[in-house]
Structure formats: structure tokens, C-alpha cells
Design a protein around this ligand. Structure first.
Ligand SMILES: CC(=O)N[C@H]1[C@@H](OP(=O)(O)OP(=O)(O)OC[C@H]2O[C@@H](n3ccc(=O)[nH]c3=O)[C@H](O)[C@@H]2O)O[C@H](CO)[C@@H](O)[C@@H]1O
Ligand SMILES: C=C(OP(=O)(O)O)C(=O)O
Length: 417
């Protein structure tokens, strides 16, 4: 098993290009199951999570053609030979559950294992199932599986108790082939929902309101194929913005949609970092100490939970005390103990972490407990005195394209061993 080894203390400088968004490409690949025609995705990010969702499609008998050089992926789901994605793959990656809506809507039946919890929380799927049931599906739970069937789904009003990203996506994908109009209220507003809706609309779906809390979908009988370029990854962009800030560096983040990272930009500026938005670019320049700031994670356009760990690394060396409150997931502080091993002074109080900034962090052997926790430890290692060794880096490979290579290019003393 690999490790990332960082010799801290180098300022980052130069340019880094952001890859396409993991959280967009996964539902979009799942949505390709809604048609038998060719769906072509350009510039896809070669991530572990992408491999997993492609293995799910492969195991269902979908034809896949990948051009590694051009980053092109062609998906042709003419028919499927199974209605049951493998337990192993669904267990490995929760987002595999996003194939449920498309399979149910197009083929009328599906059997899929319950994805269960993960390191950051229990992560139930009750809202997905409630939505399918309101669209007229018969749902049965048993032996760790959920089975659903329907003739043709029927449009309905679906109110989500929480604006869940996954539930909004799964229900939206199911509703595009339903009979009549579906309205999703209290829908998630994340940019990845808008990207998925734009992919579906190019396929012939009739969706309006994506990006607001009310999404209306007029069902159609069938969808056609399309070509799509996935949006840039706002969380990868935010991660490099924080990495630049913690090292007191000067970095231009390329291929980013500034509006998508506004909550991150605002918090960095509040912490005293210079951040300038340009078209598809963001410049981050830092010098001197970082001011303490309070953070509360919220659904978009609030501060993203997927940036909480990285900001905690930054604030661990800030001037003063920061309070970080995690409202989205109930157990997303696994990185705290690892950051403490590097000298951070952090106390957890219920759903908040009290971060008292220290003068410096020191390199240590630490473990990535989840994807963003891993990114936070790499960020901390960039500024820590001496050597930091981050283990369990398969978590990082789930969601960052060549993180070590990109940081090396920016001048970090970092290697993968
Ligand atoms: C692949 C992907 O896009 N993953 C993102 C997605 O995850 P995901 O789609 O799983 O996140 P959700 O928005 O669904 O989850 C938010 C909260 O709602 C709860 N919930 C969710 C569904 C449900 O049926 N019942 C329920 O109670 C969850 O336990 C969690 O506490 O959005 C999260 C919140 O921005 C991000 O951290 C993840 O990176
Ligand atoms: C929590 C994340 O992803 P997932 O929902 O796939 O676990 C993440 O990207 O930080």
C-alpha cells in the first residue's frame, strides 16, 4: 500500500489545472443508462471512483470504450444483462447507488444492495427510496437489498426533508422517463445537479429549475445520446486554493468556475488571504499569518462539507481560535486526531471543533481516514516542519487526479512511495 511523503516548508507557486468534477461525472455516467444510444463524455477524470462506477456498468453488460489519451469515454447501454449491480462494487463506493433511478426508470426493475454507512456518517438512503415510491415504484427491503419495480413511473410531487444531493439526482434521473410531471421540492442546488440536468436535457429530457430548490421534470418516453463535457471540480479547486494559502504561496488555479467556489473564496479572504477571480481562473496569494475564521458547513451555496477538513488544516496554524461546525454529516471529524499528531490544538465539542491556532505543525506519520481527511493531511504536511507520511492514500485516489504530480509541479517536496 502506498504512502505520500512530504518534506514540509516549500511555498507553492505556479499554475495548476483542475480536472473534471468527480461528483458530476459519477451521476452523469449513471445517467447514461437511461438510453441505448451513444453517450460521449469528454475530458473525464481518471479517478478510482470513476473506475468503480464503470465497473458497475460493465458488470451490467454496458459497452464502454475509453480513450485514455484524450480522456474520452463512450457509453452504450443498448441493453443490460442484469438488474443487480454487484454488492462488492456498491459497498466499495456509495455513489454506485445512483444507478438505481436510471435502471428502475428504463427497465422497470432493479435489485441493489443497501450501501450502508461510511467513515463520515451513517448516510441513509431513505429519501431516495421515498422519492421512488412517490413516483409509483414498489419497494421491498430485505436481506441487505432493496428491490424496486414498476410498469412506468408516474410523475409526482416529491418533497425532500433535507436537500440531499444523491436523492435529488436519483429522483431526477428516474423522473425523466416517468409519465407526467414531477416536482422535486427542497431539492439540492449544487452545481453538480445543474450539470446532470444539462446532460439529461441534451439527451432530450425536459428539466427546468435545476440549481434552485424546486426542480420540474416533464417526463418523456425515451432519451437519445449526447456529448458532454463535465464541469471542473470545485472541491479540487478549493483544495489547491487552501494548499497555496497555507504555504504562503502564489498559485493560479486554472479551469475553475469562480462562482462555484465563492464560499471558499469568501472564507479565505476573511482569513486574510488575497484571492482574485478571473474568467475560469483564480489567483491565490498569501503572506504572513492567517486570521482565525468560523466555518459552518451547509448545502450549496453554503460552505461545502467536502472542504471542511482542508480548512481545518489551514486554521490549525491561524492567528486565534476558529470554530468549525459540521452540519451535513454527523461524524466528519476523523481527521482531528491525525492533525493533532502533527501538533494542532483542536477540541471537539459535539458537532463543532474548536481550533486554537498554533505557531507551527510538525511532520508525523498519519493516516487518511477518508478522501478529504487525506487531502487535509497532505495540506498540513506542506507546511509542517520535517517529514509527514500519509498512509491509506487509496482514499485520496478516489477523488484527486495525480495530486502528488500537481503539487510537485507547484514546487512541493512530495513523493508517492
Ligand atoms: C458522489 C457525491 O456527489 N457525493 C457528495 C454528495 O454525497 P451524498 O449525495 O451522499 O450526500 P447527501 O446530500 O445525500 O447527504 C447529506 C445528508 O443527508 C443525509 N441523507 C441523505 C440521503 C438520504 O436518503 N437520507 C439522509 O438522511 C446524509 O446522511 C447526510 O447527512 O453530497 C455530499 C454533501 O454535499 C458530499 O459531501 C459528497 O461528496
Ligand atoms: C464524501 C465524498 O464523496 P462520497 O459521497 O463519494 O463518499 C467527498 O467527495 O468528499
Amino acid at each position: 500500500m502506498g504512502k505520500i511523503v512530504i518534506n514540509g516548508g516549500r511555498k507553492l507557486s505556479g499554475k495548476v489545472r483542475i480536472s473534471a468534477a468527480k461528483n458530476s461525472v459519477l451521476p452523469i455516467i449513471a445517467a447514461s443508462l437511461l438510453t441505448g444510444f451513444d453517450c460521449i463524455l469528454e475530458d473525464i477524470p481518471f479517478l478510482e471512483d470513476v473506475n468503480v462506477i464503470l465497473s458497475v456498468l460493465d458488470s451490467l453488460g454496458v459497452n464502454l470504450f475509453i480513450d485514455n489519451n484524450k480522456g474520452k469515454l463512450l457509453i452504450k447501454a443498448e441493453d443490460i444483462k442484469s438488474y443487480e449491480p454487484s454488492y462488492e462494487l456498491v459497498r466499495k463506493m456509495r455513489a454506485s447507488f445512483l444507478v438505481m433511478g436510471p435502471i428502475l426508470a428504463r427497465f422497470g426493475k432493479v435489485r441493489i444492495s443497501l450501501p450502508g454507512g461510511c467513515n463520515i456518517g451513517s448516510r441513509p438512503i431513505d429519501l431516495h427510496l421515498k422519492g421512488f415510491s412517490q413516483l409509483g415504484a414498489d419497494i421491498n427491503l430485505g436481506h441487505g437489498y432493496v428491490e424496486a419495480s414498476c410498469k412506468r413511473l408516474k410523475g409526482a410531487k416529491v418533497y425532500l426533508d433535507f436537500p440531499s444531493v444523491g436523492a435529488t439526482e436519483n429522483i431526477m434521473m428516474a423522473a425523466v422517463l416517468a409519465d407526467g410531471e414531477t416536482v422535486i421540492e427542497n431539492a439540492a442546488e449544487e452545481p453538480e445537479i445543474v450539470d446532470l440536468a444539462s446532460f439529461l436535457n441534451k439527451m432530450g429530457a425536459k428539466i427546468i429549475g435545476a440549481g434552485t430548490d424546486t426542480i420540474k421534470i416533464e417526463g418523456v418516453k425515451e432519451l437519445k445520446g449526447t456529448i458532454h463535457q463535465v464541469i471542473p471540480d470545485r472541491i479540487e479547486a478549493g483544495t489547491y486554493m487552501v494548499a497555496a494559502a497555507i504555504t504562503g504561496g502564489e498559485v493560479t488555479i486554472e479551469n475553475v468556475i469562480p462562482e462555484h467556489v465563492r464560499s471558499i473564496t469568501a472564507k479565505l479572504q476573511e482569513a486574510g488571504i488575497y484571492v482574485k477571480e478571473e474568467q475560469n481562473k483564480i489567483k491565490v496569494k498569501a503572506n504572513g499569518r492567517i486570521e482565525a475564521v468560523d466555518i459552518k458547513t451547509m448545502p450549496y451555496p453554503g460552505f461545502p462539507t467536502d472542504m471542511q477538513a482542508q480548512f481545518m488544516a489551514l486554521l490549525s496554524i491561524a492567528d486565534g481560535v476558529s470554530i468549525i461546525t459540521e452540519t451535513v454529516f454527523e461524524n466528519r471529524f476523523m481527521h482531528v486526531n491525525e492533525l493533532k499528531r502533527m501538533g494542532a490544538n483542536i477540541k471537539i465539542d459535539g458537532r463543532s471543533a474548536v481550533v486554537e491556532g498554533v505557531e507551527k505543525l510538525t511532520g508525523a506519520e498519519v493516516k487518511a481516514t477518508d478522501l478529504r481527511a487525506g487531502a487535509a493531511l497532505v495540506i498540513a504536511g506542506l507546511i509542517a516542519e520535517g517529514i509527514t507520511e500519509v498512509s491509506e492514500i487509496y482514499h485520496i485516489d478516489r477523488g484527486y487526479v495525480d495530486m502528488v504530480g500537481k503539487l510537485k509541479k507547484l514546487g512541493a517536496d512530495i513523493d508517492r512511495i
